[in-house]
Design a protein around this ligand. Structure first.
Ligand code: HEM
Length: 174
């Protein structure tokens, strides 16, 4: 029962996070880049992606660790089976993608707030209120160009994560 619950929470979180990342890359980044999408709307999308990254960043490793404990002990099963390698790849992709989203949104916020420290960023992210009192510069195009490499790389890793999950779901042999 607990394992089933872990699977449900894990898959829901994974779907929400990868889906949100790909949507931000597909639907907001191009329009922010050409200036059609306003700065506040783009910042809000980035901040919401960051919050999803952080919430799922708790649920995914906790449920994932529990699943590893139930399905891959003794732990050398992780290194000696094809499925184990797929799980290790999942863990690594998750770590790198998390870092990219965090850094991308941090770089965006530092365009507005150059002296922002990690502590305040970790507490606040990039809420739309942070734009209050800031003039029209930098605009959405500038913020998009700063975030672009991070978001594109995150989108690529989201696709790899989904392929990896599909391989596990499709039952690559032990
Ligand atoms: C901390 C990072 C993660 C760990 C430790 C982890 C671990 C695991 C484990 C142990 C399984 C069970 C594999 C099996 O059935 O043999 C699994 C399944 C799964 N994971 Fe992750 N995972 C992580 C992150 C992610 C992320 C970011 C996604 C986003 C797509 C994801 C999506 C899935 C899906 C869809 C399944 C179900 C595959 C199936 O049907 O068996 N996981 N994960």
């Amino acid at each position: 029962m607990l394992l089933t619950t872990a699977f449900v929470l894990h898959v829901l979180s994974g779907a929400l996070w990868t889906g949100a990342t790909l949507y931000v890359v597909y639907a907001t980044l191009p329009r922010a880049t050409d200036g059609t999408l306003g700065r506040a709307a783009f910042v809000d999308a980035a901040h919401r992606l960051l919050m999803l990254t952080r919430w799922t960043g708790v649920v995914l490793p906790v449920t994932g660790a529990y699943m590893v404990w139930r399905l891959y002990t003794p732990l050398d099963l992780l290194a000696t089976t094809g499925r184990g390698w797929a799980v290790l790849a999942m863990l690594s992709l998750w770590g790198v993608m998390n870092g990219l989203v965090e850094l991308g949104v941090l770089r965006m916020r530092r365009e507005i707030d150059p002296d922002l420290g990690w502590g305040r960023y970790m507490a606040e992210g990039f809420p739309v209120d942070a734009l209050a009192g800031v003039g029209g510069v930098p605009g959405s195009a500038r913020l998009a160009s700063v975030a672009r490499p991070y978001l594109l790389a995150s989108g690529g890793l989201a696709v790899l994560l989904l392929v990896d999950a599909a391989l596990l779901a499709g039952g690559i042999p032990g």
